[in-house]
Ligand binder design. Structure first.
Ligand SMILES: NC(=O)c1ccc[n+]([C@@H]2O[C@H](COP(=O)([O-])OP(=O)(O)OC[C@H]3O[C@@H](n4cnc5c(N)ncnc54)[C@H](OP(=O)(O)O)[C@@H]3O)[C@@H](O)[C@H]2O)c1
Length: 285
């Protein structure tokens, strides 16, 4: 029986990246649907749960994606609200690679040294990747701050993550590069999760910081998020700090994403969100 992955996306086009990784992760066929929301999802979910006999339901799975974390989270919950005993399929949430990218970055940082009790600043942490990475850092025992150019946006991200995961995050307004430099002054860990091609810090803002132990940067589009690093850095030491570049940990991100897709088809009850994805990342790191 063919393994079917239904890609339910909150954007106007289902993510091509997610489609490619879905095939590479073992799906035989990937069917993308766009512009989805809790209001228009019901019949699609019913199509996945009512069509195959109990033992064959594991061959149908749902992947929720899109660029908006909140919309993805709402869609993911709505999908599961239509499941009932005996009638469900495995599901995964990874809006903009949020869970897999965050999990890979934090797992690689954790593999470089303990994060417990350390101050971690997630620069531009209001996007899908930053929000989930902040949660995972907090779950590893770090004291985590999220910066945004707007305080309200940082507060909103912290509130959303507290509601969903019960973690305490601290919002910081950092309107420009000088504010961001000040925000990382007493940090031991910096994780940059800014939009592609946006430089958040220059080399001079971290090279001589004696408190700082580790840096990870998710942005692989030049200019990189953190000046003075290289996207290929794989736990490399620069100026006494351990650096993980976007491709340096991105290999794990892709392997993890593929592994999650493969696992979706192992049975029909898997729920891959931050918790399970991070657990798997730490096993793979
Ligand atoms: N390495 C990998 O394997 C991998 C995989 C997936 C994604 N990525 C990368 O991960 C990064 C984060 O992804 P995402 O989807 O979470 O990002 P995003 O939503 O596009 O952007 C994250 C945040 O960047 C800030 N930002 C946008 N323009 C800015 C500017 N001109 N100056 C300063 N800050 C700015 C915004 O924060 P405020 O408005 O709150 O300031 C925004 O919320 C991206 O660079 C993406 O390409 C990497």
């Amino acid at each position: 029986m063919k393994k079917l992955l239904f890609q339910f996306d909150t954007d106007t086009h289902p993510s091509v990246f997610d489609t490619v990784v879905a095939y590479d992760g073992g799906a035989d066929h990937v069917i993308g649907h766009a512009n989805l929301s809790p209001e228009n999802i019901r019949s699609l979910v019913e199509g996945t749960i009512f069509t195959r006999p109990p033992k064959a339901k594991k061959n149908t799975a749902i992947f929720v994606g899109g660029s908006d974390m909140e919309a993805g989270q709402a869609l993911f919950e709505a999908v599961q609200s239509y499941f009932f005993p005996g009638f469900q399929v495995s599901v995964m949430l990874d809006s903009n690679g949020s869970n897999t990218t965050a999990a890979a970055a934090v797992a690689k940082l954790a593999s470089s040294g303990s994060l417990k009790g350390k101050k971690a600043v997630v620069l531009a942490g209001t996007g899908p990747v930053g929000q989930r990475a902040a949660v995972m850092l907090a779950q590893e025992g770090a004291e985590v701050c999220i910066t945004s150019r707007k305080l309200e946006k940082a507060k909103q991200a912290c509130t959303n993550m507290e509601k969903r995961f019960g973690v305490q995050l601290t919002p910081i307004e950092a309107r420009n590069i000088d504010d961001r430099a000040a925000a990382v002054n007493d940090a031991q860990i910096i994780l940059a999760t800014g939009a592609a091609g946006v430089e958040l810090l220059k080399a001079e803002h971290w090279e001589n910081n004696s408190q700082l132990e580790m840096i990870a940067d998710a942005n692989a589009t030049p200019p990189l998020g953190i000046g003075g690093t290289d996207m290929m850095d794989k736990g490399l030491e620069r100026h006494g700090k351990i650096i993980w570049g976007a491709i340096g940990f991105g290999t794990l991100k892709l392997a993890l994403h593929r592994a999650c897709i493969e696992k979706l088809f192992e049975d029909n009850k898997q729920v891959f969100d931050a918790e399970l994805i991070f657990k798997l990342a730490k096993e793979m790191a």
